[in-house]
Every structure is written in structure tokens, then in C-alpha cells.
Ligand binder design. Structure first.
Ligand code: SAM
Length: 282
């Protein structure tokens, strides 16, 4: 008779405060045969803190495919394995999806051990409706690709959530203000659950002022929640033209585009290009 397969546990770990780990996560990490961790040094410290001696093996974005194959052999031989990431919930802007996919394809039971994630931590205190939210994660680094992505999000009637690295936070906030309009509200979550935890509520225009006001504001880890569009995006080009023409009679191109963005919920790039064509054709 063949050996019953082991279970793959996907275990959430803290995003800062160590005591945020759940009792069930600790029990699972203690009892599995092996823990696959994104960064074995960081996770080693966490395990040491909780007196967990389970062996660790590295699984990160550069070796996920090959390590998944090795882990599959262990799971199929009856050993249970836990996957953890550097912080928060695996597979949320972190490795994990490939391993889960191969486990499922191989008939392995996959069990979530839920817990912290920066996205849910910020949403829970944002004050924005999270009835619908759109988790984007990290925006593209290149300006063109980022603008295109933001244009597709501008009309969404759902709170938008982004992750960003400290060295790109200013650029990211500027791009958000440009694409969605300076009046949209944002909640900036910095260093959540850590010593310098900050939750700053402002507008996208205000966010740039805040980030420039103090060099400390640009340090640490960031998660951003931006309020959704207030009305569905109006994508009718004829209505866009009529609105832009009326606004351009009295206002500068920039002001006309800004107001048209608010009225239609459409992204800046599309309206700007059309306004330019209309002024040149006039
Ligand atoms: N899997 C993680 C989760 O569930 O939140 C996210 C991993 S992703 C590689 C790391 C990013 O998450 C950071 O660059 C930052 O944008 C966000 N993040 C993680 N911890 C955070 C914290 N304590 N405060 C604010 N943002 C955080």
C-alpha cells in the first residue's frame, strides 16, 4: 500500500510585530517536517524567538520551480511541509503560487493558516469601504507601463491597494496623483505593527507634501489605500468630447482635463490626449 501524502500548509507570519503570529501557525511550524522560507536567515530568527527547531529550506522567486519539485517528492513521501514568506501571507506579492499549483496538480492537500498581511491590516483601519477593493500590489517601475496600468484603474469603484518600496514611494505618489487626480483621498500605511507605525490620511496632492515634509516619511515599508472612483467611468468618447470642448472654452488645458477626470472617472492620459487633439483641431 502506498504511503499517504503529507499536507502543504501555507502559513502567514507577522508583518512586523512578532506577537501577531497565531497559535495555530506556531503549532503547525513546530509539527511539520520542513519549513520552506523565502529568507532562511530572517525566518530563522523568528523560529529561534519561538523556540521552533524545524529545519528550514530556502524557497524564493528565483528557485521556486526547482525547489517545488523537491518539496513535491517530500510531500508525496508522506512528509508535511509549511511555506512561509519573509513577512505576511505567502503568495500575496510573494512566492508561493507555483508551489501551490504543483501541489494541487499532484493531489496534495493544501491548507491555509491565515494571519497578517499588509493589505488587510491597512484596509481595516483605512476608513474606506472595503466592500469592494482591488489589490494591485507593486506598480510597474517603468513610467510608461505604470501610467498605462493606472489608466485602467482610474474608473474602478473599489478601494485600490498598492505596495511600494521606500526608494520609489515619492515617484509612486506623484504617478497616482497625476493619473487619478490630486483630490482623491489616500491612506498611507508606513511600518505597520512596528515601532514607527504611521497611518496618514490625506489626498493624493497632500500625500506629496507630506512625503516631502520630513525625510523620515520616506523610510520603511509602505502600503497605500486609495479611495475608489465615486462613479463608474464614463467611457463614451462623444460625451468626453462635448465636456472637454465646453471646459476648454473657459479653462486651461490642464484644468479642463482635471475636471473632466472628476466628472467622467476616466484616466488622465486618455482625456489629455483627446483635449490636445481638440485644441489643435480648433
Ligand atoms: N506577503 C506580504 C503580505 O502579505 O503583506 C507582502 C510581501 S511584499 C514582498 C512586501 C511589501 O509589503 C513591502 O514592500 C510593503 O509594500 C508591504 N509591507 C509589508 N510589511 C509592511 C508593513 N509592516 N507596513 C507597511 N507595508 C508593509
Amino acid at each position: 500500500m502506498s504511503q499517504p501524502s503529507g499536507t502543504l500548509f501555507i502559513v502567514a507570519t507577522p508583518i512586523g510585530h512578532r506577537e501577531d503570529i497565531s497559535a495555530r501557525a506556531l503549532e503547525t511550524l513546530r509539527t511539520v517536517a520542513l519549513i520552506a522560507a523565502e529568507d532562511t536567515r530572517n525566518s530563522g530568527l523568528l523560529m529561534q524567538h519561538f523556540g521552533i527547531r524545524t529545519p528550514l529550506t530556502a524557497l524564493h522567486e528565483h528557485n521556486e520551480r526547482s525547489v517545488s519539485a523537491t518539496l513535491m517528492q517530500k510531500l508525496q513521501s508522506g512528509l508535511s511541509v509549511a511555506l512561509i514568506s519573509d513577512a505576511g501571507t505567502p503568495a500575496i506579492s510573494d512566492p508561493g503560487a507555483l508551489l501551490v499549483e504543483s501541489a494541487l496538480a499532484g493531489g496534495i492537500r493544501v491548507v491555509p493558516i491565515p494571519g497578517p498581511s499588509a493589505v488587510t491590516a491597512l484596509l481595516s483601519v483605512s476608513g474606506f469601504s472595503a466592500r469592494h477593493f482591488f489589490f494591485y500590489g507593486f506598480l510597474p517601475v517603468k513610467a510608461g507601463a505604470r501610467t498605462r496600468e493606472l489608466a485602467t484603474l482610474a474608473g474602478l469603484q473599489a478601494t485600490l491597494v498598492f505596495y511600494e518600496a521606500p526608494h520609489r514611494i515619492r515617484e509612486c505618489l506623484a504617478a497616482l496623483a497625476e493619473a487619478l487626480g490630486g483630490e482623491r483621498r489616500i491612506v498611507i500605511g508606513r511600518e505597520l505593527t512596528k515601532l514607527f507605525e504611521t497611518v496618514h490620511r490625506t489626498t493624493l496632492a497632500g500625500a506629496l507634501l507630506w512625503i516631502d515634509a520630513d525625510p523620515n516619511h520616506q523610510r520603511g515599508e509602505f502600503v497605500l489605500a486609495v479611495e475608489g472612483a465615486q462613479q463608474p467611468a464614463d467611457q463614451d468618447p462623444a460625451r468626453h468630447d462635448a465636456l472637454l470642448l465646453a471646459l476648454l472654452e473657459k479653462l486651461s488645458l490642464g484644468d479642463a482635463v482635471r475636471i473632466a477626470m472628476q466628472v467622467t472617472g476616466t484616466g488622465r492620459k486618455m482625456l489629455y490626449e483627446r483635449a490636445l487633439q481638440l485644441t489643435q483641431g480648433a
